[in-house]
Design a protein around this ligand. Structure first.
Ligand code: ADP
Ligand code: MG
Length: 615
């Protein structure tokens, strides 16, 4: 005798709403049905122990008949259980799901967990459950529904323990009858589930006889789509370097190798398993995005859940399995969840420990990683002061000579010359003249040439290392670089100042004279550090305020050119030389603009012809 019934009086309202909400994420129904099959098998194993049976979930695609079938040989269900778990409970969980959704934007719930079996109706116009319980004397049950609202239940004909769920896929969702599409979804969500999952294409089976030797069949030898023992669940002591690298390549579909990794393996006081990989980041980390895959008991939930993972770790790649993470909740709930806070604090600490460990025990190796990882480390420091406090001793500064120094090492080596200052260059080649003034004095110059460096230096000055460190670009100031020399003191600065002001038609120019160690360097343009940064920042944030250049022209009284200039009689030639010198100096802070460059080139030719005349 068949029973008929309606699942819930609210169902009529709920189903369309759910369908609409899950539209962009509708492939999760595959995850839900496969994980139900896996759960049924896990329960069976718990009841029976290892029986040596081949327990598996099979997903069968039949494009011709437009069906998608999920079969498992788990515990199955009795009629009472179908009634209890499918007819009654299931929809209350859908209601629960809906409740959590209220007020949340689309996509507000991570991975859309909680809808379970009923998600099948997102793709199907009819669903049947054909099940036989493991219990002695149980009768098979056949349950059918066309809309997830009204159902019929009758005695089935099944003789094998387990459950088969058939989805008669609707015309609009027929993509789910394409093997490649189903495989893609299985790999994404079910790639590491604990029970072997097989994908079968019925139409293909018909085309090819068993034992067929063609290429197509060879490529798809019967093997599960998933890896039931993901590496991150193993004991770190039992994992080899090769295995870590293989997992990385497999999970992230890359041939590249990671630099190093952190294996997270915690049972207490909370449960967390995972591997975080440090990829090669390279200089331009602006567009770089890592990928952290979040799992819940081996079921994939979603990528890059920023509510769970400290933001700066998003530059890393990895997998996290957090079995206790509440998933039927909104993202905003997660942000304030105590468990999540502990989790992310733990991850941050582990990452810092790893960096410090490498620094302390494999310094040379660590230095080779630095170019790749420094944007990550610096970004992490800026975002999270606690992280900075932990990794502080392992932050390196690369010098123009290619050495890697810690801040303390830098300060120790430049003691007496640098006084809490770190001299840096943002463009080693362009600023070579200024850099060499420092290196000639035996001082170290740090290379700070990435996007993150500007922010990192501000962070250090105003947050991290308050009052202890100042960063000064090599062309900001020449005090401390001058020589103690009497030479050139007789040169008339006011005359030269007048000359330059006239030549450049700039009355506001500040001109100074110093004794610079590099005798071949006639002059240098300096720009106040704070002023320059202010200008750069405002340009970066597009405020478009036009700050006047606040250059100071430093003339080198030790350079013969300057002496000659002061003594020059032909004013026209002197002006020519002033302008040329100014442009050359300016070139080491920025490229010349179109008109400037034109003038520069024309003047160069003019000067050469003067030289040629003399020769
Ligand atoms: P959940 O898995 O979160 O409990 P579902 O809606 O996915 O919610 O499933 C509801 C219940 O139906 C399950 O808890 C289980 O008791 C039963 N069930 C669903 N699919 C199967 C299956 N393949 N084998 C045995 N029982 C199942
Ligand atoms: Mg389920």
């Amino acid at each position: 005798m068949a029973t008929k019934g309606n699942i819930s009086i609210h169902a009529q309202n709920i189903m369309p709403v759910i369908k609409r909400w899950l539209y962009s994420d509708k492939d999760i129904f595959i995850r839900e049905l496969v994980s139900n099959g896996c759960d049924a098998i896990t329960k069976y194993k718990m009841l029976k122990g290892d029986t040596g049976e081949d327990l598996r979930v099979t997903v069968t695609v039949d494009k011709d008949n437009r069906t998608l079938t999920f079969t498992d040989n788990g515990i199955g269900m009795t009629a009472e259980e179908v009634d209890k778990y499918i007819n009654q409970v299931a929809f209350s969980s859908a209601e629960e799901f809906l409740k959590n959704y209220t007020g949340e934007e689309k996509g507000g719930i991570i991975g859309h967990f909680g809808l379970g079996f009923y998600s099948a109706f997102m793709a199907a116009e009819k669903v049947t459950i054909d099940t036989l319980s493991w219990q002695e004397g149980a009768e098979p049950v056949l349950w059918q529904s066309e809309d997830g609202m009204a159902f019929t239940m009758e005695q089935g004909s099944r003789t094998q323990r387990g459950t088969t769920i058939v989805l008669h896929v609707s015309e609009e969702e027929k993509e789910f009858c394409e093997t490649f599409r189903v495989r893609e979804v299985l790999e994404r969500y079910c790639g590491f589930m604990a029970t072997p999952i097989y994908l079968v294409d019925v139409n293909k089976e018909e085309k090819h006889e068993e034992g067929c030797d063609c290429e197509e069949c060879h490529d798809h030898e019967e093997k599960p789509v998933n890896d039931v023992n993901p590496l991150w669940l193993k004991n770190p002591r039992e994992c080899t370097e090769e295995e870590y690298k293989d997992t990385y390549k497999k999970v992230f579909h890359t041939f590249e190798e990671p630099l190093f990794w952190v294996h997270l393996n915690v049972d207490y006081p909370f449960n967390l398993k995972g591997i975080l990989y440090f990829p090669r980041i390279r200089k331009d980390f602006g567009g770089q995005e890592g990928q952290i895959k979040l799992f819940n008991r081996q079921v994939f939930v979603a990528d890059n859940i920023k509510e769970v993972i400290p933001e700066f770790l998003m530059l890393l790649k990895g997998v996290l399995d957090c079995p206790d993470l509440p998933l039927n909740v909104s993202r905003s709930f997660l942000q304030n969840d105590g468990y999540v806070k502990k989790l992310s604090a733990h991850i941050t600490k582990k990452v810092a420990d790893k960096l410090n460990g490498l620094f302390n025990t494999e310094r040379k190796q660590y230095e080779t990683y630095w170019d790749d990882i420094h944007p990550f480390v610096k970004y992490g420091c800026i975002r999270d002061k606690k992280f900075y406090d932990m990794v502080k001793p392992s932050i390196l500064y690369k010098t123009t000579e290619g050495e890697y120094l810690t801040l303390d090492e830098y300060k120790a080596r430049n003691e007496g010359k640098a006084d809490k200052k770190v001299f840096y260059t943002t463009e080693q080649n362009r600023q070579a003249a200024a850099v060499s003034l420092y290196t000639q004095k035996g001082m170290d110059v740090a290379v700070m040439d990435t996007l993150i460096d500007m922010n990192f230096m501000s962070f250090m000055e105003f947050g991290g290392d308050m009052n202890e460190t100042r960063f000064v670009r090599v062309d900001a100031d020449v005090s401390g670089l001058t020589e103690d020399s009497e030479e050139g003191k007789d040169i008339d600065l006011s005359l030269l100042e007048k000359l330059f002001k006239e030549a450049l038609s700039d009355d506001t120019l500040t001109v100074k004279m110093e004794a610079l160690a590099d005798h071949d360097l006639p002059l240098l343009l300096t720009e106040d550090e704070q002023m320059r940064r202010y200008k750069e920042m405002s340009a970066m944030y597009g405020q478009g305020m036009d700050f006047p250049a606040q250059y100071t022209l430093i003339l080198n009284r030790l350079c013969p050119t300057i002496r000659s200039l002061a003594a020059m009689e032909n004013e026209e030639t002197a002006h020519l030389i002033c302008r040329q010198l100014f442009d050359i100096a300016r070139l080491s802070s920025r490229p010349l603009e179109a008109k400037e460059l034109q003038d520069f080139l024309a003047r160069s030719h003019q000067l050469l012809s003067l030289l040629a005349d003399k020769a």
